[in-house]
Design a protein around this ligand. Structure first.
Ligand code: SF4
Length: 323
């Protein structure tokens, strides 16, 4: 994967919020990673770990506090008006909640056609109609759906509409912000399969945010694990599942359901004790120190850096410091 060009380059990204009384909530704190052209990078972590904030800051939806994000070599936070318009044609988002992100009283046709109109992608009405119907077909909907209002559709169908809307401008990069978490379990796999099919057909690059580790495995080439605003592990998807290195990743994976009942019975679930500390006042050294059974003296005051410990496998943990 690393011989592909870098599509999104994130360096030391920070996103802080004012938490009052001169305190800062460090939602994303010094996070660095690359996304290569044509790959899907999954970012996982518990709710509140900063993964969505990280994704939104990466695509310029949120201002950064520090660091740098470049898309195709251009700093996404300093784009001119014209560059931002071009960027919006290349980078699209699929939202977490299709009930909140689509106007229930709008016609499906108009929702999907909006991007085509804004970016003047159709030469006339007939071409616009052809493009909208093609997009609906691509996401498993049909012409009959086009003239219906959004409120007539189920959650899964609404997410398909959201995907068609995102694809309408023929983007190169999709930011998927927990796109299945608001859907019934029975529908989740369908949406994942649809996204995987579209990614292949349209050679998309994707950043996929999730808290469900079992789903993210199927769609991601590589996975990053976030904990309390930091990236604690980053590796190829199968490597991460086969050999998680960070104690937090090990705990997360030990809770993922496995289909084989025998393997499931034999597996030891790692119970995490203690609460996630506040991002307003995180521990000085390793942010996982209060919950880690391997915690050593240096973990309390020395922050572990994300380092490559095996080819393509990065971890931020003093257990892997060179002896
Ligand atoms: Fe645990 Fe220390 Fe590694 Fe943090 S750095 S995960 S506290 S062993």
């Amino acid at each position: 994967m690393s011989n592909r060009p870098v599509e999104l380059e994130v360096k030391h990204l920070c996103k802080y919020y004012n938490a009052g009384r001169k305190r800062l909530l460090k939602a994303v704190d010094d996070v660095s990673f690359d996304i290569y052209k044509g790959e899907t990078l999954g970012i996982v972590g518990e709710s509140g770990c900063g993964k969505t904030t990280c994704g939104k800051t990466c695509i310029g939806m949120l201002e950064k506090t520090g660091g740098e994000v470049k898309f195709q070599g251009k700093d996404v936070h300093t784009l001119s008006k014209k560059e931002r318009f071009d960027f919006s044609g290349k980078v699209q988002m699929i939202f977490q909640d299709p009930y909140a992100s689509l106007d229930p009283h709008q016609k499906v046709y108009d929702i999907v056609a909006e991007g085509i109109r804004i970016h003047k992608l159709a030469k006339d009405k007939a071409e616009e109609e052809h493009m909208v119907l093609e997009l609906l077909d691509m996401v498993g909907l049909n012409a009959e759906h086009a003239m219906r209002n959004v409120h007539e559709f189920s959650g899964g169908q609404r997410q398909r509409i959201g995907i068609a809307r995102a694809l309408a401008v023929d983007p190169e990069f999709l930011f998927c912000d927990e796109p299945i978490s608001a859907l019934d379990v029975s529908i989740q796999a369908q949406i994942i399969n649809l996204l995987m099919k579209l990614q292949k057909e349209k050679h998309l690059t994707m950043l996929f945010i999730a808290h469900d580790l079992s789903m993210v495995k199927h769609i991601s080439d590589r996975i990053g694990v976030m904990y309390l605003g930091n990236m604690v592990e980053l590796s190829g998807s199968s490597d991460l599942y086969r050999k998680p290195l960070h104690p937090y990743t090990q705990a997360l994976l030990s809770a993922v359901p496995i289909a084989d009942p025998k393997a499931s019975r034999e597996r030891k679930k790692i119970m995490l004790t203690g609460d996630v500390p506040s991002p307003v006042n995180p521990p000085a050294g390793c942010r996982f120190s209060g919950r880690c059974k391997y915690c050593m003296s240096q973990c309390f005051d020395l922050k572990p850096e994300l380092k490559e410990v095996e080819a393509g496998h990065y971890v931020a943990c003093h257990l892997y410091d060179e002896k």
